[in-house]
Ligand binder design. Structure first.
Ligand code: NAP
Length: 217
């Protein structure tokens, strides 16, 4: 199965690409936005495609040609303003979903945010609200497609060492989760078809990742 990782140069994206590359039945294609980022992927034997999420949908669809699944791991990050939040976390995500349809890619896995409900928008600080709005509508757009989607809602991301254990459920108490464990969760979703049509929150926990993901069925 060929997997296009959008946001492949990101912290979760990079880890996911290498996990996919280590698997014997998956192949990663890294979608990156800068030429100089290609070197890393070349070194680990991964094809890289150069597309900026501010490019048009056609450019993303071209990158997705011949692919079986897309993982959206991109994000504008906390250092940019609400303008980039709208352009990347909202419009970039929606263009990626539309690109999947154009390229006939059936499977789509979204890294969302911990809580993207309408209530979370109302409760968010004025600086955080645009991000929650962006994620809320990107998730909603995906739910309204007939793509085989999974929406992953991670808690606060850390760079702690992967433990291999998580807690995953429709609703979990707010907590942190290592980025590397989220990468393993995404891999588990790619490998477990029972996650299709599901969404869940994920935090650090005590259940082995594959087991926690399988128990969502
Ligand atoms: P990250 O390291 O910031 O990676 C984000 C990636 O998105 C980067 O590779 C970046 O590219 C790419 N990107 C940004 N703008 C782009 C554009 N215009 N075109 C193409 N790619 C673009 O993020 P992370 O730590 O792996 O986390 C992934 C996502 O998880 C976040 O973006 C966020 O939405 C979500 N999340 C975060 C938290 C949290 O606690 N922080 C919690 C839950 C969910 P460059 O490498 O070129 O900059």
């Amino acid at each position: 199965m060929k997997v296009l990782v959008i946001g492949a140069n990101g912290q979760i994206g990079k880890e996911l690409v290498s996990l996919i590359q280590q698997s014997d039945h998956l192949e990663a294609i890294a979608m990156i936005r800068k030429e100089e980022q290609a070197k890393h992927f070349k070194q680990i034997g991964v094809e890289a495609v150069l597309v900026d999420l501010e490019d048009n949908t056609k450019a993303i669809a071209k990158a997705a040609e011949g692919v079986d699944a897309i993982v959206f791991a991109a994000g504008s990050g906390p250092k940019t303003g609400a303008d980039k939040t709208m352009l990347i976390d909202l419009d970039g995500a929606i263009k990626s979903i539309e690109a999947a349809k154009i390229a006939n890619v059936k499977r789509f896995i979204m890294i969302s945010s911990y809580d993207t409900t309408r209530e979370a928008i109302q409760e968010a600080s004025s600086s955080f609200a645009p991000y929650v709005v962006a994620k809320h509508y990107a998730d909603e757009w995906l739910r309204r497609t007939d793509l085989a989607y999974t929406i992953v809602h991670p808690g606060a991301l850390t760079n702690d060492k992967s433990t291999g254990n998580i807690e995953a459920s429709e609703k979990v108490e707010p907590n942190e989760v290592p980025r590397d464990d989220v990468a393993h969760v995404l891999l588990a979703c790619l490998e477990d078809k029972t996650t299709i049509g599901k969404e869940f929150q994920v935090i650090a926990g005590h259940t082995p990742i594959k087991e926690a993901i399988a128990s969502l069925a």
